[in-house]
Structures are given as C-alpha cells and as structure tokens.
Design a protein around this ligand. Structure first.
Ligand code: NDP
Ligand code: A1CAB
Length: 270
C-alpha cells in the first residue's frame, strides 16, 4: 500500500458522503484505485464521484486496502454479504452504530481485520470527532490507516474497549442532534416572547455557531465559560435556575437521554 489507501466505500449517504468529501478535499485516498458502492446514490454524490473520476458501483472485486461500511445498521445483514470478497483482504472500518465486530465479521463472510469508527456529522466540514476502536487483529500500521481516514473528517480519539464505541455514539455521534434540538427550542422560545419567527431562528442559530466556534479555541472549561456569561443576579442566572433548578433538571435529562442512546446502540448490535 502507498501512503494513500485505496478505499471501497459502501453507502454514500449522510455519513458516508461526509467522509468521502473529506477524503477528496484532503487528498487522503488513492482515488484511481478507490470506488463507491451505493445502488441508490444521490445525484449530488454522483456528480462528485464523476467530477473526481472516482469509480461508482463497479463490479465487486478484491484489491482495496480498506472497506468502509456506512450503511444503516438495520441494512447490514442484507447489504453486507455481497461485499465479502472485498473484506477478505481489506481492513474493514464500520461507522455503523451498534453493530459489533463479531456481527460485522459474520455479515462479511468471516472478515478478520475489523475496526469501528464513530464519527459525527460535522465531519462534513472536517470538524467532526471520531471515536476509534480496532480489534487485536489490526496491527499498528493498520491502525494508522484507520486513523488517517478518520482524521480527514476532524479529530480522533481511540477507545480501549468495543463497548466504549457505544458510549462515544451516545455522546458525540448523536450529540450534534442534541445541540440542534436546543437551537430549535431556543428559537421557538424567542418567538414565544414576541420576536419575529425569522429573527428568532437567526439569533438561535448564530448563537450555537458562535458558542461552538468560541469553545473550539478556548482553553477554559465549559463550566468556566458558562460562568463568564452569567452575571450574578443577572438574566442568565435567572434562566439557568430554570434549566438546572434544585433538581438539576437539565443534567438529569441529558444523562437519561445519553443512556437511552447507548442502550439503543446495544440493541442494534444484532
Ligand atoms: N448520520 C450521522 O450523523 C451518523 C451516522 N453514523 C452511521 O453511519 C451509517 C449511515 O448513516 P447515514 O449516512 O445517516 O444513513 P443514510 O441512509 O444517509 O446512508 C446510507 C446509505 O447506504 C445506502 N445503501 C443501502 N443499501 C446499500 C447497499 N446494499 N450497498 C451500498 N449502499 C447501500 C443507502 O441507500 P438508500 O438510501 O437507497 O437505501 C444510503 O445512501 C449508519 O450506520 C449510522 O449509524 C455514524 C455517525 C453519525
Ligand atoms: O442516530 C443514529 O443511529 C446515528 C448514529 C449516530 C448518529 N446517527
């Protein structure tokens, strides 16, 4: 293998597409020897593949360095067996929530070298974070390849156990949706106060973007930054008293929500 792996990407939807964009933008893969497999690929992705002369839905043959699996976990049992020939010689990297390496191996005809990665949607602009786990069958060079591919999507962090990938999924994989929901509810609350709908939406969205950009460059902890916004006896404190309350309502709610996501990941294993 050269320093750029050849990749067979299975599933070029939301996440597979985001990863592909990152690889193409950063020159992370050997385009001439890579391919995308997705029978129902979107028009956007088709244009992207064609513009970069990236092979789209070719015949299934061996010879790829890495097989990246980005189909829905519920589709895995039906979709994966046809790619078993590719998996035989390749490192398999699954971004599927929940699906265990044992399960992936079985669906891919007994594939041996399997890693799991859990990226998140900001991968689409290289601002994602991925949790990575590799079975012992993947050596240091193989782990470097996995890391190289996910670095094109942003930051990476390795976890020691496969179970921890479910926890990563619950925190950062699903995490962007939590902040998007908060942004929706903030806009709705602004509208309820009397702001114009459009103005409330712009204010909420820009607040999420600004807070995200700030925390990205700050060395202070989130708690310290929260305190920097909160004047004693001021408006933020009044709002936080509702969100936290004596029962720490928001913290309890988020803890329950994240636990539910982790539980669902476990259920998706089989
Ligand atoms: N979205 C996210 O933020 C994240 C998603 N993930 C994981 O990424 C995976 C994909 O999720 P997401 O991108 O949201 O889902 P999408 O439905 O957007 O993408 C899945 C893609 O796989 C295609 N597909 C279905 N069957 C096959 C097949 N036999 N061969 C090749 N491609 C096929 C689908 O086509 P069609 O639509 O025609 O069925 C679709 O384009 C999931 O396992 C999810 O857990 C991980 C982290 C974050
Ligand atoms: O909702 C899901 O199951 C996937 C995994 C993490 C984000 N989206």
């Amino acid at each position: 293998m050269t320093d750029k792996p050849s990749v067979a990407l299975v599933g070029a939807g939301s996440m597979g597409g985001a990863l592909l964009r990152g690889w193409l933008e950063t020159g992370a893969i050997d385009i001439a020897h890579s391919a995308v497999f997705d029978p129902g690929i979107s028009a956007d992705m088709t244009v992207l593949c064609k513009s970069r002369e990236l092979s789209l839905n070719p015949e299934i043959e061996t010879g790829y360095d890495v097989l990246v699996v980005a189909v829905k976990p519920q589709m895995a049992a039906k979709a994966l067996p046809q790619y078993a020939a590719i998996a035989k010689d390749a490192i398999v990297v699954s971004v599927m929530a929940g699906k265990s390496t044992n399960n992936i191996s079985a669906a891919l005809g007994g594939a041996v070298r399997i890693a799991r990665a859990m990226p998140n949607l900001p991968a689409a602009i290289g601002k994602g974070i991925s949790g990575l786990y590799a079975t012992e069958t993947i050596d240091a060079a193989g782990r470097d390849v996995v890391e190289h591919l996910l670095r094109a999507a942003g930051k990476v962090t390795w976890v020691e156990t496969e179970e921890a990938i479910d926890f990563v999924t619950a925190v950062s994989g699903s995490g962007p949706a939590y902040f998007f929901l908060l942004t929706e509810t903030l806009a709705d609350a602004g509208e309820a106060l009397g702001l114009d709908k459009q103005a409330a939406a712009v204010l909420a969205r820009a607040t999420l973007a600004g807070a995200g950009a700030l925390i990205d460059v700050e060395t202070r902890t989130p708690a310290e930054m929260r305190k920097a916004v909160t004047s004693p006896g001021g408006t933020t404190e009044a709002a936080l008293n509702i969100l936290e309350g004596d029962s720490h309502a928001l913290r309890a709610l988020v803890k329950d929500a994240v636990a539910a996501a982790a539980k669902r990941a476990k259920e998706l294993t089989n």
